[in-house]
Ligand binder design. Structure first.
Ligand code: ASP
Length: 339
C-alpha cells in the first residue's frame, strides 16, 4: 500500500475561529483529521508530522525551509510522496526554495493549503487536501507521476517555482502564467505528461545552506539616486532588480553608473520583470542593452519568488559572482525558460 507523509506547518487550512476573540487561530492536526473522515477511505497509509509551532505562513523563514528539507530527506526512502500543509501567503516562496534545495528529486512534494479553514462549511480545504494526496501517490509503471515540488490549489497543479499567489479572496489563489499547469482535477485527474520534469538519475541531494541577505530594487518612474544608492550599497552580494516590461530600466547615466559600480564591486544583479507574464529580453530595447553589456544577469521569465530563493541558494553555494550570474541564467529546476 502507498505511504504518504503529510507535514503540517500551519496556515488557514488548520485554523478555527476563536469563539471569544473571533480571530482565526491554529488547531492541531488531530482536529483537522476529524474534519475529513474521507481520509480513512483513501487507499494509502498516512504518516503525519506536525510542526511543534504551527504558524501563519507570514512567519515562514529559511530555517524552517531547512527543517522541511531535512524531514523530506529523513523520510524519503520510506514513503511514496509528501504533502505539505502550508499557508498560501508565502507558499510559493517555500515551494521555490525547496525546489532548489532538493536536487535529483524523484518523488512528489505537493504543497497545499486553503483559503477557508477546514472546519468552515464552504471550505476549499478538503478538496485541496484529498487531491494533493491523490497526486502525491499517483504512479505509472511504478514511478511517481509528478516527481517535482508543486503547489496544488483549486483543481490545478502548478510547478512550485513557477507559481505565485495572486488572489487573496478567491479560491483560485495561485497562477503560473509563464508555465503550463502540470495537472488538472475534474471528473478525472489529468496529468500534462509533456510538461512534467523527469528526474535526473542519482540519489536525492539536500542542500541546506541559504544566504538570506538579498536586496530588492523595484523600479518606478522617478526613482532617485538616493534610493537606488541606498539599496545598491546594502551589505549584500545579491540584488533582485524588478524592471519594466521586457527587462527595461531608465538609461539615465547616474543609474547605469551605479549599477556598473555595484557589479564591479562583486555584486550579482538579476533582472526580472514587474510584468507577471512574459520574459526579460536583455538587448531588445535600447533601455536594456547597456544592462546586458555591463553584466546584469537575465532572469528571463522567473517569478519574484523563484528569483529571490534561487539567489539565496546560489549565494550560499558559490563565491564567484561570475558563476552565480551564469547559474542565475541557467534553468536548474524548471524555473525559467531561456529564450
Ligand atoms: N495567512 C494565511 C497563511 O498564509 C493565509 C492562508 O493560509 O491562506 O498562513
Amino acid at each position: 500500500m502507498n505511504q504518504i507523509q503529510i507535514i503540517y506547518t500551519g496556515g488557514t487550512i488548520g485554523m478555527m475561529t476563536d469563539p471569544k476573540t473571533r480571530a482565526l487561530k491554529p488547531i492541531n492536526f488531530e482536529q483537522i483529521m476529524e474534519n475529513v473522515p474521507e481520509l480513512e477511505r483513501l487507499n494509502c497509509k498516512i504518516k503525519v508530522h506536525s510542526f511543534e509551532q504551527i504558524i501563519d505562513s507570514s512567519n515562514m523563514n529559511p530555517r524552517i525551509w531547512c527543517e522541511l528539507a531535512d524531514l523530506i530527506h529523513d523520510n524519503y526512502e520510506s514513503v511514496d510522496g509528501f504533502v505539505i500543509l502550508h499557508g498560501s501567503d508565502t507558499m510559493a516562496f517555500t515551494s521555490s526554495a525547496l525546489s532548489f534545495m532538493l536536487e535529483n528529486l524523484a518523488k512528489p512534494v505537493i504543497f497545499t493549503g486553503s483559503q477557508l479553514p477546514i472546519s468552515a462549511v464552504r471550505t476549499d480545504a478538503k478538496e485541496n487536501l484529498m487531491t494533493a494526496i491523490e497526486i502525491a501517490k499517483a504512479k505509472k509503471n511504478d514511478r511517481a507521476r509528478v516527481p517535482e515540488v508543486c503547489i496544488y490549489f483549486d483543481y490545478k497543479l502548478f510547478r512550485g517555482n513557477r507559481a505565485f499567489k495572486y488572489n487573496s479572496s478567491k479560491f483560485e489563489a495561485f497562477r503560473s502564467p509563464n508555465y503550463p499547469i502540470l495537472a488538472e482535477s475534474g471528473v478525472h485527474l489529468k496529468f500534462s505528461i509533456n510538461d512534467i520534469r523527469q528526474p535526473v538519475e542519482g540519489p536525492l541531494r539536500v542542500h541546506r545552506r541559504l544566504e538570506s541577505d538579498v536586496a530588492v530594487l523595484k523600479l518606478y518612474p522617478g526613482i532617485s539616486p538616493k534610493v537606488v544608492e541606498t539599496i545598491l550599497s546594502a551589505d549584500v552580494r545579491g540584488i533582485v532588480m524588478e524592471t519594466f516590461g521586457a527587462g527595461n530600466t531608465t538609461t539615465d547615466k547616474w543609474f547605469t553608473d551605479m549599477l556598473k559600480h555595484a557589479i564591479n564591486s562583486g555584486k550579482v544583479i538579476v533582472d526580472i520583470s514587474q510584468c507577471k507574464v512574459g520574459t526579460v529580453e536583455l538587448g531588445r530595447y535600447e533601455t536594456s542593452k547597456e544592462l546586458k553589456d555591463m553584466g546584469v544577469a537575465n532572469g528571463y521569465d522567473m517569478t519574484y519568488e523563484a528569483a529571490i530563493t534561487k539567489m539565496m541558494f546560489l549565494l550560499a553555494q558559490y563565491e564567484d559572482p561570475m558563476i552565480i550570474k551564469e547559474m542565475m541564467e541557467t534553468d536548474m529546476r524548471g524555473e525559467l525558460t531561456v529564450s
